[in-house]
Write a protein that binds this ligand. Structure first.
Ligand SMILES: NC(=O)c1ccc[n+]([C@@H]2O[C@H](COP(=O)([O-])OP(=O)(O)OC[C@H]3O[C@@H](n4cnc5c(N)ncnc54)[C@H](OP(=O)(O)O)[C@@H]3O)[C@@H](O)[C@H]2O)c1
Length: 430
């Protein structure tokens, strides 16, 4: 077979870009049975002089990723800069406008601008692929987009952010506070200097927004996601949850509902024996529920140079093999952002933690506050009173509506004995 060459432009030479370059340098003929050789023809990053552990001396350097995307010497752009806007978006648009396929690992870009980019890609008849954007090395996008096409997806839930999972796991294992574990993770390079995207739940929301669009047939609708992060989780919650038989995880979920889907990110209690509770450290894990196939489970490294570069390479192979499909699950010209379900409130069990002054009758007052909101108690756990005279009480509820639980929380907050507003996490229905 005559050897054909695909010339790749790599914008972004950080963790993932370096991993991709190492992989292609080692295996330029990785695309099976096509006789194609993949060649890196141009690269772009912020600083040309930065010391890197990859040899890029033979590639054409571009200060501007847009110029790389437009270069006639590039057949395919790989965007690994990151960020929903700015140079990443400009470069992807420029490549698509020039009729070039794009592979990206950028979840923020796809979750926030997926529909307009898909329209552009489909107008030009070129692929836009983003396997590495969700769960890094574990093929979550292909799983939902391709493997489940013959089923009717009902729900997806999982752990999609390795940094948060690492922080929660380390808090449990070491007994250190959220702030201390975060600081250590930053020192070790596991967490960004600005950790907001991870610990605030926004990165997870980008990923579940993408999966929800693929699962339920719309375009990504990031604005409709309900997001809360792990910065509200204290060590006492991790310990109390453990005593009750649960582990706290940052859970991303997407469920079919009336007129659309409910897409949420929040710390939730997961039973200790559940596979999601057993995904520790920086692992990612995902349950997918189909009407026909039942429940499927995928677990793997959600980040890192090698795993993420492997996912990017698989997309490059798909482009070269000529796989043709819409960017989401239908031609972009006819897609609208996946609407939020009308019956959006959740229904389930909740964990509530209170700090109260130790007084006779306080438990009765708490029970009364819950009864007023028609929420029944499932279990209650009280720690010994310390010398401040304050006592933490944790209770779990029977299944109740979100509105009823919020009502109960407001009654509890109004109690004379309450020292601070109560803390609430859902108990995952997984
Ligand atoms: N890291 C992971 O494990 C992982 C996993 C899944 C998905 N992703 C996604 O993959 C993408 C890349 O992540 P990463 O971790 O590799 O990021 P990173 O290590 O921060 O690297 C970003 C790269 O982009 C370059 N860059 C930044 N601003 C630029 C600009 N204005 N113009 C040109 N280049 C610019 C940087 O240049 P300099 O090198 O000169 O600073 C750097 O090479 C992101 O979308 C991320 O969300 C990452």
């Amino acid at each position: 077979m005559t050897e054909k060459v695909w010339r790749i432009g790599v914008a972004g030479l950080g963790t993932v870009g370096a991993g991709l370059i190492k992989f292609i340098q080692a295996r330029p003929d990785f695309v099976p049975a096509t006789g194609v050789r993949v060649e890196i023809a141009g690269v772009s990053a912020r600083s040309r002089s930065r010391k890197r552990d990859i040899d890029i001396s033979t590639y054409t350097w571009f200060d501007d990723p847009v110029a790389l995307a437009q270069s006639p010497d590039i057949d395919l752009l790989v965007e690994l800069v990151g960020g929903s806007d700015g140079p990443a978006k400009a470069a992807v648009e420029a490549a698509l406008k020039a009729g070039k396929p794009v592979v990206t690992a950028n979840k923020a870009l796809i979750a926030e601008h997926g529909l307009e980019l898909a329209k552009l890609a489909e107008e030009k008849g070129v692929p836009l692929l983003f396997e590495a954007a969700v769960m890094g090395g574990a093929p979550a996008v292909k799983f939902v987009r391709e493997a489940m096409l013959g089923d009717d997806l009902q729900a997806i839930s999982g752990i999609l952010n390795g940094t948060c999972n690492y922080i929660l796991s380390t808090m449990e294992q070491t007994g250190a506070s959220f702030a201390d574990v975060l600081a250590e993770a930053q020192r070790l390079g596991y967490a960004e200097a600005d950790p907001t995207a991870d610990v605030g739940g926004f990165d997870t929301a980008h990923k579940i927004t993408i999966l929800a669009a693929l699962a339920f047939g719309g375009a990504p609708n990031y604005a409709a996601a309900e997001i809360s992060g792990i910065d509200t989780v204290e060590l006492i919650d991790i310990r109390m949850a453990h005593d009750l038989g649960y582990r706290i995880k940052l859970i991303a979920s997407a469920e079919r509902g009336e007129g659309g889907a409910s897409v949420r990110v929040a710390p939730q209690l997961v039973p200790l024996t559940h596979p999601l509770a057993q995904a520790m450290g920086s692992l990612n894990a995902l349950f997918i529920e189909g009407a026909c196939v039942g429940r499927l489970f995928l677990q793997g490294p959600g980040a890192g140079e090698g795993p993420t570069a492997a996912a990017v390479s698989a997309d490059i192979a798909d482009v070269i093999a000529g796989a043709v499909r819409p960017v989401f699950q239908g031609p972009a010209a006819g897609l609208a952002p996946l609407p939020a379900a009308r019956d959006a409130g959740w229904h389930g069990k909740a964990y509530i933690r209170l700090l109260v002054r130790d007084r006779p009758g306080v438990i009765a007052a708490v029970s009364e506050a819950l009864a007023k909101a028609e929420v029944s108690i499932d279990s209650i756990l009280q720690r010994p009173v310390d010398d401040t005279g304050q006592v933490p009480i944790v209770l779990t509820t029977q299944p109740a509506s979100e509105a009823a639980v919020k009502d109960a929380l407001s009654h509890i907050a109004d109690l004379d004995a309450a020292v601070e507003p109560p803390r609430m996490f859902r108990i995952a229905h997984v």
